[in-house]
Every structure is written in C-alpha cells, then in structure tokens.
Design a protein around this ligand. Structure first.
Ligand SMILES: [Zn+2]
Length: 377
C-alpha cells in the first residue's frame, strides 16, 4: 500500500513529470495521475519497486502516511519572477521533507522556546526591527554577529536547500502548521556571505511582519528589505557611521564591520538621509565602474554563515557523527541523500563575525583582515 500524496511529493522533489515517472515505473501517465489523486493504493510489488527506483526513494517513503503540504509563505512573493514552476515546486518539496524530519526530531527533544515576535500591523519598520532585536536577545545597537545563529536561537528552523537557483530564489520563509507554531527559513547554498546575512534578515522580516501574506506583494518585499537594513544596521548607528562624507573607500571597511554589501550600505546611507539621491546615484555609478556590481571586494573576507540547529538535533538523536542509517530508519530516505543533507549544515557553531580592531578612518590603512580585503580589491 502506498500513498498518492507521497508519490506526488517525491516526483515533484525530483523535478519529474508524470510522463517521465510513468515510463520509469512501467505505468501510463494516466495511472500515475490517478495514483497521485488517490489517498492510498496497491500497485503490486514489481511496479512499486520500479516506481520507487524512478523516484529515487526507498519503498518505505511511499508507504509512509503523508502530512500536510508546506504553506508557500514568502515563496509566493516571488511568484511573479521568472522562476519555472517546476523549480519552485522542487524547492518547496525539499523544504517540506526537511520540515517533516525537523518536526519528528522536535517531538523528541527540548527545543529553544520560540522568541520570534508577532509584530503584524506595526507600520514603523525601525521600531519593528528594534523590537525584534530585543526579542532575539540582541542589543539595540552594533552589528549582528551571526544572523542565522540569532534566528536558530529564537526557535526558527533554518533549512539548507540542495536545490539552488542562483540569483532567482535566495530564500523563502513560512510559518508552518495549522497553529503557525513553527517558523521556517529555507536558504540556498552558494550565495555570498553578505547576501546570506541580508537575505536571512529579509526573511526574518517576513516572519515577524507578514504571517498571513496578502495585499501588495511588491510592497511586502520592500518592507522586508527595509526591515533587513534596520535590523543589520540600526538607524542611529548608520547616522553615526555616515556622519563623514560617504565614499566607496569609507564603505569598504564598513562592509566588514556591519556585514552588509557595499551596495546595501549605499542604499542604507540614502535611507537614513546621509546622502541624497544624486550622491546615491554617483556612488552606484562608481560601484559599476570598478566592476563591483558583479563582484564586490571582500567576497572571501568571511565564511558564509551556515545553519546549525538541524544538524545539532540530529547529533543529539543519532550520534555525532550523525548515524544516517538510523536516521533513515526513522525517516525513509537513502543514506546518500541524508549524508548530503547533514553536510549542508555547520558541524560546529559558526564563528563570530570578524570586526576591525577599531573603526578605521577613511584613509588610514586598516589592519589585519582589512589589509587582505584591500589587497583583493
Ligand atoms: Zn521576500
């Protein structure tokens, strides 16, 4: 006996069509469509083996009772972009399955209590970001050392996706469950360290402000971006840092200190009124002229943050290193796939952000890590 919902879930996870799946399983497309719509069905051992092989899952996966689909959450905010529907489905299925593993583990261990504030309906984004910092146990000022760590400590499950769609979908977030009791942020690999920080902060903004999305999706995106700016670089700090003339050479060390791209810093300087539209445009033109739009300096200055919590839970329940064979008994996926999953998470807590010893002045040659940074530029 297998479940139709599991067949569909696995098929979409692998990015397969019903026709492709049918060919592999020795069935017709119509039969696959019918199976997917049926709660549970018996298709005989031979077809079952071939179907599971085609879907690259153990037979037990298809025999496991299904759970609710994952809500689209902030994914629908991007629906207008040019991401193929099949890719969106694949990403969502991947997060959905990881969510199921996470919930299974959460039912057996003591998780940190949820500290993501519900700030729907607040129209002051600066205040929203400040309240969020406070709820997450971060000081009102200064750089956020590790964004993903702050999220995970607040009870957010951060999922490292295998499916990665460069530049089109960095991340998405959703409140999972009928009670909206589990906040999830799914992030893709391969993004630059500063972009991961900004993207995760943006998704945190969605979790805090937009639990039940609706209305003007572009406006929600803009709000989440503003939130990320305020969260990473609070207005008062920004005003102080930008009190002198804002030049690209002054922004470069600020990138390392605050963990934001130079492009975001230019935007931030404009948001807090430190530069006007004309200066903003001029800096953006200079950024382009130096080729920094494609690749900013400081790209290797830090390791990209990686999520840790899911792996930590696995280590608690299945040993360290994680015994994926045992994990596979609880959640039927092949060990190779589970090994790849474990490998996408950090095996130790991520390192603290590297800060310059003192705030460097515009022209002084900055010490340590900034020296390398300059050399790369
Ligand atoms: Zn968004």
């Amino acid at each position: 006996m297998i479940y139709g919902a599991r067949v569909r879930q696995a098929r979409e996870l692998r990015g397969l069509t019903q026709t492709g799946t049918a060919q592999g399983a020795g069935l017709t497309q119509g039969r696959i469509a019918q199976i997917e719509l049926t709660s549970s069905v018996d298709i005989g051992d031979e077809h079952l083996e071939r179907l599971a092989q085609t879907l690259k899952v153990p037979v037990a996966f298809l025999q496991r009772p299904p759970v609710d689909d994952l809500a689209e959450g902030s994914m629908q905010f991007r629906a207008r972009k040019s991401l193929p529907a099949g890719v969106l489905r694949r990403v969502r299925r991947e997060a959905e399955i990881t969510r199921e593993i996470a919930r299974h583990m959460l039912s057996q261990i003591q998780a940190p209590s949820l500290r993501v504030p519900d700030l729907r309906g607040m129209d002051d984004i600066e205040e929203t970001a400040q309240l969020t910092r406070s709820a997450l146990g971060l000081p009102p000022h200064g750089p956020v050392p590790r964004v993903l760590h702050a999220l995970e400590r607040a009870g957010v499950i951060v999922i490292a996706l295998e499916t990665w769609v460069d530049g089109k979908l960095d991340a998405f977030s959703t409140w999972d469950g009928a009670e909206l009791d589990l906040p999830l942020v799914s992030i893709g690999e391969g993004s630059s360290w500063d972009r991961i920080r900004f993207t995760s902060s943006h998704e945190l903004g969605h979790l805090v402000m937009h639990r039940a999305p609706g209305g003007d999706l572009n406006a929600l995106e803009k709000e989440a971006d503003q939130f990320a700016g305020e969260f990473l670089f609070p207005r008062e700090d920004a005003k102080e840092e930008f009190s002198k003339t804002v030049t690209l050479s002054r922004l470069a060390p600020l990138k390392l200190k605050w963990g934001m791209s130079i492009a975001s810093l230019i935007f931030r300087a404009f948001e807090v009124g430190a530069i006007d539209q004309k200066q903003k445009t001029s800096l953006q033109v200079q950024l382009g002229a130096r080729g920094w739009r494609k690749q900013e300096p400081g790209a290797d200055a830090r390791e990209p943050e990686r999520p840790r919590a899911l792996r930590k839970m696995m280590e608690l329940l299945y040993g360290d290193p994680v015994d994926t064979r045992r994990l596979g008994e609880d959640f039927p996926l092949y060990v190779t796939e589970l090994n790849r999953m474990v490998g996408r998470y950090a095996d130790t807590p991520s390192r603290q952000i590297q800060k310059p010893a003192s705030a460097p002045s515009a022209d002084a040659s900055p010490p340590g890590v900034l020296m390398q940074f300059r050399a790369r530029a």
